[in-house]
Design a protein around this ligand. Sequence first.
Ligand code: FCB
Length: 450
Amino acid sequence: MNNTLRFPDEFLWGASTSAYQIEGAYNDDNKGENIWDRFVRRDARVLNGDTGDIACDHYHRMPQDVALLKKLGIPCYSFTISWTRILPEGRGQINVKGLDFYNRLVDTLLDAGIRPKATLYHWDFPQLLQDLGGWPNRDSVDWFAEYAQIVFEKLADRVKFWVTHNEPWVVAFLGYATGIHAPGVCDYSQAYQTAHHLLMAHGKAVQVYRQGGYDGQIGLTLNLNGLMPASDSDEDRAATQRVHDETHALFLDPVFKGEYPQALFNFIGPHKPNIQAGDLQLIRQPIDFLGLNYYNTDLVAFDIHSGLNKARLTPYSAPSWGRTEMNWGIYPAGIKGEALYVKKRYGNPDLYIAENGCAMPDEPDENGFVADWDRIRYIKAHIQALHEVIQEGVNLKGYFVWSIFDNFEWERGYGPRFGLVRVNYETLERIPKQSAYWYRDVITNNAINL
Ligand code: FCB
């Protein structure tokens, strides 16, 4: 029996990070304040009072970090750009030092033979623009386009792989509905308006990119986690459909079909966003690929007390899998379900898994080494499911693990560790875990061994 699952020759392996989670240097070199800089200073918003002020100090250690990526054989590095490093006030005056950091990052990556992939927005909105209303303000579409244009002009000659937004659902609903993320607002109307403006901002940035005539590809990354009804009851099925519409169709339908899910809008009634003539055309720009982030699957039950959707989510795990350190379920087949869903409903676009990985209870030995076989098991099972996805005709082009480094995990601070590389937050030393070496072999062989 052949126990090796080989991937197509052109399959792209990579690793992802995000600016606020690793860079630190929160006020160096004229960087402006963003909403996470502000949020972490509000009482009890982040576990243990942790902040991203220093994080992995990647801003100061970038050359060594790129050298480590090279040593670990990472072919493509997916990073995100901090808006207020480039535009401290969110618009207007450009900060050359901020732009220069990303310029150096890109050159250092290319010198190391690593392909750069850049995301414009991973949740760190400029505070001064937040003071003007943030994403719920329709002007945010133009603010974002201005920022995008500046970044493209500087970097798109060398960066050929662009993402507008990472996980707009999280921005809209955790930022503006449940308020567990910055800016900490609890208002469904603002959440839906934010979703609409994020989509318009995406469309406008794609237009700007096309008008610039750059010869790369641009897309959007969504978190499409799995959902299953907790029972066969009509109530649970309907609740699942609502959550599915909010997390999937609300973003996929306008981008790929130029329409919003009407059943959801009927259900939320007065909370639905203001949409003007031409908005949906702007959103429906052809994109070159879709980024899909998958971590877990939840069971959904009707619950009159649970939010606008009246839906309660509980983690689901396949037999023998248990849960991750985040208390997320583990269901590798779910990643396959999501990829097949996108293929079936949205015309089989080129697809990248832009994030997948897990926080595990890493136990370093006396040298700081972590033998994280549980993480390897998780990642391998998901990659195995993706191999099946390719056999079933999905245009899956690559896989990016979240994350290369342990980092600041938003409202959970430095508790959960997702990295293939351990970061000692006292000394800031980086120590590759077992999974980093295992992943290097996967990349070298372009295959997993079962
Ligand atoms: C995703 C985020 C990423 C990280 C992982 C665990 O939703 O995009 O920043 O926090 O979850």
